[in-house]
Design a protein around this ligand. Structure first.
Ligand SMILES: *[C@@H]1O[C@H](CO)[C@@H](O)[C@H](O)[C@H]1NC(C)=O
Length: 178
């Protein structure tokens, strides 16, 4: 490998922002980077962040990160599963917004806008990031956006996976449009 390639890879790894996107997923081992994107709060007032984790034979699934907890539980197949290789979404907070959506109208609502890709389901395709507030507790999970007119939102709740049809989806402002 030439020195140029080595330097280029080093640059890309240290600066995970690309020229097309203003956000990136950083490795998460329990401490929250200062530029992590805040999604809301827990009932006891802690910030909630956006994470993603890998589950073998399933894919890369979005869920919520809570400070001090190095684990990430993600919704899958009716259950809340503990994922591996956790990452946390980082970037300028002002470049993100949450759009009110529902499972039937999602695809019309996001036309010409940019939902954050939060992972993928190995058998179906891309997953986006959703959130809802359950009595003041912010839940973050996956939006099955590959199912047109059935783009439901799923999140972990204790040991279970819960589904809702009305939620907010995480969007970002494209640099070119700014
Ligand atoms: C879905 O969202 C659209 C746009 O906000 C709204 O017009 C529609 O009534 C919603 N549908 C349901 C089932 O909530």
């Amino acid at each position: 490998m030439s020195m140029f390639v080595v330097l280029l890879i080093g640059y890309l790894v240290s600066n995970c922002y690309s020229h097309q996107r203003d956000y990136c997923w950083k490795e998460y081992l329990g401490s929250v980077p200062p530029d992590a994107v805040i999604a809301g709060e827990t009932l006891d007032g802690q910030n909630v962040y956006v994470g993603q984790a890998f589950i073998k034979n399933v894919g890369l699934i979005p869920g919520r990160v809570i400070p001090g907890d190095p684990k990430l539980h993600v919704p899958h197949d009716g259950q809340s599963k503990e994922g591996k290789y956790i990452k946390i979404l980082c970037g300028p907070q002002d470049n993100f917004y949450w759009l009110k959506a529902n499972s039937t109208d999602l695809h019309h609502l996001i036309t010409d806008q940019h939902p954050v890709v939060g992972g993928h389901d190995e058998s179906n395709g891309y997953l986006n990031v959703g959130r809802i507030s359950v009595g003041g507790d912010t839940k973050v999970g996956k939006v099955d956006s590959f199912r047109v007119e059935h783009a439901n939102f799923y999140y972990s709740d204790g040991q279970a996976e819960k589904l809702t049809k009305s939620y907010e989806i995480l969007m970002y402002r494209h640099k070119i449009l700014l």
